[in-house]
Design a protein around this ligand. Sequence first.
Ligand SMILES: [Zn+2]
Length: 451
Amino acid sequence: MFSFISRQILETTPFSAYGPRFHWLSSADIFLQELAFNTMRHFTKYEIQLLTISRLKYITSAAAHISYWASMFSSTDFTSEQMKDLVYFSRLPIATRKNLMNIPLEQRSDPARAKYFKTPIIVTSGSTGHPLHFYSSPIRQVRIRGYYRHIISELGRSFMLFETTTPTVFNLGMWNHRGLYPWQGFSFGKDMENALYRKVLFDKWGNNPANFLYTSAAYLKRLFFWSKQDGFIPSFRAIIFTAQGLEHGERDELTRYFCCPLISFYGTHETTLMGVECLFQIGRFHLVPEMNHTEIVDELGKVLSIGKWGRVISTPFDNEISPFIRYDVADRGKIEENPNCPCGRKTDFLVIEGRTTDYILLSHERQIVVREITVVLDKLLLGKAYQFQLDQRDRNKLKIRIVPTSQFTTQDQTHIISKVTELLGGALPVSLEMVPSIPVESNGKIRLFLK
Ligand SMILES: [Zn+2]
């Protein structure tokens, strides 16, 4: 019975997504989604698969009204009505960030719906340096908020936080995720570099610690650095980190220092949350079929069997305004079967190859998280560059390599140099290099930052 209701909730468009007039219903929607996700934890693999198929049908039928996706569908004779299984779905071509960048936003989105809902345009270059923009739909926002409440409450129960139904979480530096959860507090990552700010924050954490810290690997390492300098060790039940991974040794050191477990979330800004690390097995992420369909494919886009390494492909279910269908997230990974995980989650495992955090070294003491620079470049270079890459192989300077479009002007050049120099606090000379392409490395990836 509960399983039936939950399926209905997850297969039906949330009320608040019917239009701006229903916006006030969004808290009720988020609550219903959270309930449905709580029940979905007990779904069998077969029930999960049925739900995946029905949600892929929904997103592909929405995409069929959008010119770019319609042409992809007709080139492979795909119609969402005919989709009975996942094999049929896998006939669709893989969409890479580079393909999508070359398609104007209006042709791969539903601009009328975006206008109706006044949805924001988001820009991200992820880990590859290709700036891409997209709309975020109200359905996507409701579902991901419901999912965050579900997964964080579940972690709360795992860490014996029975006294609170919604654990308190402090968000350090994850600006993109500011709306996903009722955070106990939020702080910009770069605030950590300011001694006065740290004093206020550390006093607050001393008096009223949050149950969990939610941050990125890079900001966590900065927190570790400053916490040692200032002689204050904050206390959390667990630390959730996202965006990138940590080296094995680094992770051990941080776990010992903060005296609590570290749990990694895996996902991308343009798709959704794709993996939640198992509490019992470091480096193995439980798939998130609540939010997306994840596949591993070979170079030609053919689905690989369990245990084989390949390209990680995601189809998020909920962005009907700018859909991403079989989208290559530009990571390598494999899916492993989950026979009966002691943590209780039934979904299979996703293992991701090499995601590490990056810094630009300013001086012996000072570092800046690469993301602080790339989010600014994403905006400045939107429509003006196909790709960019940062290079600090020579420690005394920062070179920005750009593959420009015809829109790129000499004024942009001066503007970028002055903006980035300012962000680095004048600590390093910045130069630009215009190049026709950025070479791919032997693992098939292009690195955003070289050092
Ligand atoms: Zn597990």
